[in-house]
Design a protein around this ligand. Sequence first.
Ligand SMILES: Cc1cc2nc3c(=O)[nH]c(=O)nc-3n(C[C@H](O)[C@H](O)[C@H](O)COP(=O)(O)OP(=O)(O)OC[C@H]3O[C@@H](n4cnc5c(N)ncnc54)[C@H](O)[C@@H]3O)c2cc1C
Length: 372
Amino acid sequence: MKTLIIGGGFSGMAAAIALRRDNHEVDLVEIDPGWRSYGAGISLGGATLRALRELGVLDAFLEQGYAGDGVDIHLPTGQLLATLPTPRLAGPDVPGGGAIMRPVLARIFADATRAAGAGVRLGCTFSAVSQDRDGVDVSFDDGSSRRYDLVIGADGLYSQVRQSLFPDAPKPRYMGQAVWRAVLPRAAEVTHAMMWVGPKLKAGVNPVSKEEMYLFVTEDRAANDHVDPGDFPALLSGLLATFPAPLVQQLREQVGRPDARIVYRPLEGLLMPRPWHAGRVLLVGDAVHATTPHLASGACIGIEDALVIADELRRSGDVKEAFDAFEARRWERCRMVVENSARLCDIEITGGDKQEHANIMRDSLIALAQPI
Ligand SMILES: Cc1cc2nc3c(=O)[nH]c(=O)nc-3n(C[C@H](O)[C@H](O)[C@H](O)COP(=O)(O)OP(=O)(O)OC[C@H]3O[C@@H](n4cnc5c(N)ncnc54)[C@H](O)[C@@H]3O)c2cc1C
């Protein structure tokens, strides 16, 4: 089949790699001429590592990122409350979680996309899509056009494909919380994910390589206001001041480093009701299920989408049948991730019930461990 993928994020690139394995002819268009990914860490759970293994990029992740078992949960003072187990879903030889710098993971995926033989066009997007019973005609903004058997819209939270197919779809929603992230030298004792949970603020660290780790802090913010990047170090340091744990205080002293690469990101979410397709055009990833990062599973479910649509197209060969089967397999898992993450976000914003928070974390991790 001839497939067009619109959007070269993790979901789109995973779809390109998965479909090329089945000999689909794949074009991928990415609007950003530099195919950039911003410089923060990304945490990957066991289910994500399992998906990376299936895509054939796990070894590259293990070489260039960092994998570890368990998540330590502490009080703000540093006292250890519990260690959440992270089952080894990618195999007994692979730890149950990990992290990597986003641009490094994006490069691994981009290299695999090109190596798989997808035709990648950067700085390019669609200008018009029209379809009939047998195919989809797509015009591009470089003046070219081509007919495809199916189109996959993987163009993220502000998806233009979603907008053109489903103009009445819900819009992304600001969730009332923002995340700060910074990259620091890895402290020797940080060998896996660690968190410090305050009444409303939460801080955490996760190694992204042997040398570096990323630090994150979630902050409740009623309004999605502009924050001046010049103020980032002082604001982040102020938030960390509320965690007396010695390790956090040690890190606080380092956030003013010129190489700390602080990123501030207000959180938004979106869960589009089914259907996720119109005719021969299917939406995947953040375009239909953008989650807050409370379960560190947004990239995971987008990459899994790619594996499942490839699987269903292999099974059926009929586009409509495959899209229906895809949605039936994906809806409940993606809904669970988006809604449970949003609930965790609400509990943190309101300083709500910590036991409910812990229960949701545990139940979600059990659900994520299920086969897809
Ligand atoms: C603060 C934060 C922290 C997160 N942390 C984690 C984490 O630790 N673990 C995790 O698993 N997930 C995390 N996530 C979620 C994860 O980043 C996303 O779920 C994932 O990146 C979605 O991938 P995607 O490919 O669907 O969309 P995107 O990453 O948004 O990619 C869409 C791509 O499409 C391109 N594009 C856009 N419009 C067009 C167009 N019209 N034509 C062509 N191309 C277009 C864009 O340039 C982009 O390359 C986090 C999210 C946030 C906001």
